[in-house]
Design a protein. Sequence first.
Lengths: 452, 619
Amino acid sequence: MDTKEIEVDTLIIGGGIAGLQAAIDLADQGFEVLIVEKQPSIGGKMIGLSKVFPTLDCCSCICTPRMAEAEHHPNIRIMTYTEVEDVTRDNGRFVGRVVEKPRYVDQEKCTGCRLCEYACEMELPHEFEGNLGTRKAICVPFSNAVPQVAVLDIDNCLLCGRCEKVCPTGAIDFLQEPRHVRVDAGAIIVATGYEMLPAGFKKEYGGGRLRNVLTALQMERLLAPHGPYGRVLRPSDGKEPDSIAFVQCAGSRDRSAGVPYCSRVCCMYAVKQAMLLSGTLPLADLTIYYMDIRAFGKGFEQFYQNAKAMGVEFVKAKVAQITEDEQNNPVVRIEVMEEDGRVEERTHDMLVLSLGLVPAWNPAEAGLAAPAADGFVCCTEPSLAPCRTPEEGVFVAGAAAGPKDIPDSVVEAGAAAMEVATYLRGRSSSRLSGRESGGKTNDQMVLADVEG
Amino acid sequence: MRDRLKESMASASGCKREQNLRIGVYVCHCGGNISDVVDVQKVADAASRLDGVVVARHHSAMCSQAGQDLVINDIREENLDRVVIAACTPGLHEHTFRAAVVRAGQNPYLYEHVNIREQVSWCSKSDPQGATRKAIQLVAAGVAKSRLLQPLSPFTREVSRHVTVIGGGVSGLRAARDLSRGGFAVTLLEKSAVLGGHVLQWDRVYPTGKKGTDLIHELIDEVIADQNIVVHMNAELSDVSGCAGDFHLVGRYAPSDGNGQPGSHPFTLHSGAIVLATGFELYEPGKGEFGYGDHPEVITLPQLEHMLAEQGDAGSCLLHNGQSVRSVCLIHCVGSRQIEGIHQPGPDGKIHDYCSRTCCTSTLQAAAALRRRFPDVHVYELYRDIRTYGRDHESYYDAAAERGVIFLRYTPEHLPVVSPAEEAGGYPLRVTVRDTLTFGEEVNLPAGLVVLATGMLPGHPEIVIDRLKLSRSADGFLQEVHPKLRPVELAVRGVFVAGTCQAPMDVSESSASGSAAASKVAALLGKGTIELDPFRAKVDADRCQGEGKCVEACRHQRAVTLVHTGENGGHGMRAEVNVMLCNGCGMCVPACPHQAIQIDGWHLDQFDAIVDALVAEHV
């Protein structure tokens, strides 16, 4: 087991939009940053989305530049497919033990040409596509992944050696071992984001077995430009749906699901998905079953009113039960609250569960402070310093501190970066001031390269 | 590679047509945004037939790593001299592709960006063939211009390490403190006689329940004690000018210790950056809006907060104007979420169609507090949607419900009506609401007090907006560069936005926004110098007759001046450009009768080439 050592000013755990933005903001101030990301690509949940509310910007278009900026920034290092095992304190600094999982592909040699992927004959459900499409046992995670390096899924590999034969650079390495790295950092930002509740979280909602009931992230993939089907189709029979409904608060604001809080983004993404669907399937009926529509951010209420004007039907109802008929059409059972309170069953072609968001990582597993009662990272001064945690030198940004949309995550990432900068300057001004003047911004690097 | 680069840099004097150029053209699908309308294969084929084009490709996402690598490899393998990428707006990715070109060892200004998304596919969805033709013309024009591109280098300028923060509320205080600790000198301008902003007025601040004054005084004390922060109270700006790294602010202030008359002290500041934290104004309901102004028992939420704070924990009954109150109706969304045709426009002639974000949780907090402190008082909430979206906010909703607050839901089509009670019974008012939660039943609520949850209005940093040409969003709040990814930056480089002047937000979000703005300032000014684009006016000494037409046309004071050349017996004059002051607007170019002044990167012969290519046949 070889142990490498990396010394940086800040260790950022999580390479989603919050982690990337915090890294860029710190690096632009001259601090050296290491981003550790457990997935094989940075980009987090955002890179898998279709378009974003309320601007309807194409998500790849605005997320990939951030990924590229982080990748090429002279002050940022990135370790993907890497997990944090534990963090200890040493003399006012942090020592993180991280382990890079084996890709069975040499990162230095792989050019991302995908010949291995084309040669591989093992087809598996594609997690990035919400398991709606397939991937090979060896593949580049997705088309705009950073880095463009293949990963071999050893658990599902037949060890046939086809990939090894076609690889033009000899990058396939079946004997690769986990690589342990010791990270010495002055401060830590936890930006580990969220996960969605599993579709099967509730037996009343079909327990995840109903084929035409999708999670919201699956619908994002169907709507994405390079989605698994290239268009919106029913998974059970490939038919174009004529009636699509959204079930809001699927898990959120629901003590029985263990998620008593509001997940904050679901109202808006449902409205957005409904809008996008009305563009791709102009004749489809679109219904949103909701408790309250929480369109609270800048431009959100106007977006919601536009959706209403476009004919999306908003029905105030908490869906009690989801079943399906013989044609696999999902059937929802609701109380029609705003009319006469009758209980009704309504059939749709397709249903989207706006599932609650839960924390993706428990920092206590790595020896950091235990999370708050809601499971998200504990914030000690939510009013004046929302990025501070109970531990000095450990800060939090984005959905790791509770569900959050992209702009709020980006703002919080900037705030976390400023907290870290202040904290580091306060601790060892001499060490930093010397390097700060020598540090380069991305722009300067651009010029230095040209002139050099 | 480096040698080739140096050669090309060395030969970079003047704008001349280079022979045997090797041009690469890349057409982006933008993941369907472009390719669903434009036939990208056709565009690439047409481009490949253009003079000098040795590579013409299309790719699903040129901005992705794979797309950028394609360009980098071609520059290296195919020895490309020029790169033309047809994709989205240059505002989004010009910088991305320039950086990629640099990584390949090429000068970033030998790259030309063609917009075939906003200018083609998005606006010509119904005519794919026409869109494809237009894309081909635009690509041809880009290629034509690229032949005349010259290698350029950005300018570097020294910056002031002083920052002016305008507004002494929570976000301004937070930004000032963070900047000071980041090693910057800060001047904080506050228009009133007290620091703290709106937070001072609030009895309890969610989600901690701390008193507003206690909370904000932690921050105020730190700012006052800070040696790097100068605070100007009663400050009024009279002028703002300059650009990133070099802003000048002029105004007057009066110390709040009583020694100065209003505006008695003039100030002049030289700042590298400006943080706008000018906050919001409270919505003032119109006369008669839900009975406001007609009945003294109709008050706003901030007035209730004030009342509760005044009353303290003393007494077991809620008093308003000395009268005991037995029933309170709180009406949500007053001055927010207004709908055209239903709500009356305000004095500014506008309706406020946005959500004010903070009022739901504040109202619920007040409702729960009323029930807790005065258990005999009936509390009703009349709402449209309860928006307790934030962390721990839902618990205020739960608490209010558990404490017996009664919720009724109205629709904007049937707004609640506040009228005087018809019969005596100790309740001066009656609120009539059509409650959709009980199937649209009309409910009459007896009310001793009606509280309007008023929203936020955009603040008025007019002088800054006017002088720096900032823009407002449709809702009247300041328009950030990109609402998703650049929420604290404004379109003018070096000017940042913090807190509620950008959009309604709560204390926590304002703090984060203040810190985030500070972070952006620190990144911009931290090195002591900043880089400016090389697109500046340049004088052709051989052509210039010293007539001074360009000096008259220049919109930036002193950017172009006339200097003595010493020729013609000492009477000769010639124009000279101060590149630090010039912003490359191009106003001087058409003013010159001799074509002696041009903008680097946008020469007139480049425009000629573009126009020639646009009118030629390429299909």
